[in-house]
Design a protein around this ligand. Structure first.
Ligand code: NAP
Length: 247
């Protein structure tokens, strides 16, 4: 198993790509602190089922990433388990409906950055201090092809470009502490986020995707599990596209 005995913290864990990552990591032998925005019995039951299926522990954590005190409290709760943290996956993110830049209020842009960038950075700060105690760790940030090429909405694309830049800068700064930092840039993956984009965007995207289909959440999760594992021990500061070949 790729991740046997590793402890991971994954955000946005209750649905979409994050939920698939919790399952993929558990199937590869990882224990997971699964961070969701709000408490739900369905989420906790799903974690319980996977614990039985895969023989690992999966603990729910709750925090809204726009609330710094809640993020700190969630990390403190996880640290109270007195275990090392090996892997952080900054997966939680938001997008908003397409809107021309000239009509987008600065406050709307800030709200996207608060989740996609500042929330992830606060968590990374706390988590990497924790990893540094053991002198090892792997951080995986969810970027997007929109962060590389620009996209239909400036604030989302810019927040993902900021994540790519942070990935490379952090990889440089944290390498001496034994911490690898990489990003995944998904293309068009079937989740609630892309469902909201509508048929026209879906068809246009498919037309420029070599594999000619939309990606599945488990296909992103599989790459994350590899990148988080010791098999990728010599990989840092990279952005790996998982986009079916978008040219
Ligand atoms: P999704 O289905 O919309 O799920 C987003 C997740 O983020 C949810 O679990 C959500 O929690 C969580 N979240 C949002 N705001 C939060 C907040 N303030 N505090 C805590 N959690 C919050 O999205 P997805 O498609 O799985 O996307 C996952 C990541 O991949 C995102 O970073 C996204 O930008 C990136 N990505 C996705 C695609 C794609 O095609 N789907 C492409 C490129 C990049 P709730 O359930 O509480 O809302």
């Amino acid at each position: 198993m790729l991740l046997a005995g590793k402890n991971a913290l994954i955000t946005g864990a209750a649905r979409g790509i994050g939920a698939a990552m919790v399952e993929a990591f558990a199937a590869e032998g990882a224990n997971v602190w699964a961070l969701a925005r709000s408490q739900s019995d369905a989420f906790e039951n799903a974690l319980g089922d996977m614990e039985t299926r895969y023989g690992v522990w999966l603990k729910p954590l709750y925090a809204d990433l726009t609330d710094p005190a809640a993020v700190t409290a969630a990390i403190r709760l996880a640290m109270a388990d007195k275990l090392p943290l090996d892997i952080l996956v900054n997966n939680a993110g938001i997008m908003a409906a397409d809107k021309p830049f000239q009509l987008t209020a600065i406050a709307e842009m800030e709200s996207i950055f608060r989740v996609n960038f500042f929330g992830a950075m606060q968590l990374t700060q706390l988590a990497t201090r924790w990893m540094a105690r053991k002198g090892r760790g792997a951080v995986i940030n969810l970027a997007s092809i929109a962060g590389q090429n620009g996209g239909s909405r400036l604030d989302y694309s810019a927040s993902k470009a900021a994540i790519i830049s942070a990935t490379k800068t952090l990889a440089r700064e944290l390498a001496p502490q034994g911490i690898r930092v990489n990003a995944l840039a998904p293309g068009f993956i079937q989740t609630d986020m892309t469902q909201a984009l509508g048929d026209k965007v879906t068809q246009d995207t498919l037309a420029r995707t070599l594999l000619g289909r939309i990606g599945k959440t488990h296909e992103v999760a599989a790459v994350a599990a590899f990148l988080a594992s010791d098999r990728a021990a010599y990989v840092t500061a990279q952005v790996w596209n998982v986009d079916g070949g978008m040219l």
